[in-house]
Every structure is written in structure tokens, then in C-alpha cells.
Design a protein around this ligand. Structure first.
Ligand code: ZN
Length: 54
């Protein structure tokens, strides 16, 4: 399986973006310069939800 190794913009950890995923396409087309690993991505989503209910 094809994948890119990307540095997470939040935690600076390396993570893999696999072929066929939305992020892989974004990476290939360079539509987004900020990439976050799954962990940071869900953390940010959780924070957004928490803020929403505050
Ligand atoms: Zn991260």
C-alpha cells in the first residue's frame, strides 16, 4: 500500500497518510499545508465540541 510520511503540524510526530484517503489526495494536490495526525485531529474536534457546549 502506498503512503506518505508526514509530520504532524501539532505534535510534530510522524504519521502515515495512506493512498485512497482524503488526506492523501489533499497532500498530492497541495490544497492544504497543515496536516495533523489522527490523534491531534480528534483532540481538536473534541475541544471544538466542548467549546460549543460551554
Ligand atoms: Zn499530532
Amino acid at each position: 500500500m502506498h503512503y506518505y510520511e508526514v509530520i504532524c503540524s501539532s505534535c510534530r510526530n510522524k504519521f502515515r497518510v495512506y493512498e485512497g484517503s482524503l488526506r492523501f489526495r489533499q497532500l498530492k494536490e497541495r490544497t492544504d499545508k497543515i496536516f495533523r495526525c489522527e490523534e491531534c485531529y480528534s483532540k481538536i474536534r473534541m475541544d471544538a465540541i466542548k467549546n460549543f457546549f460551554r
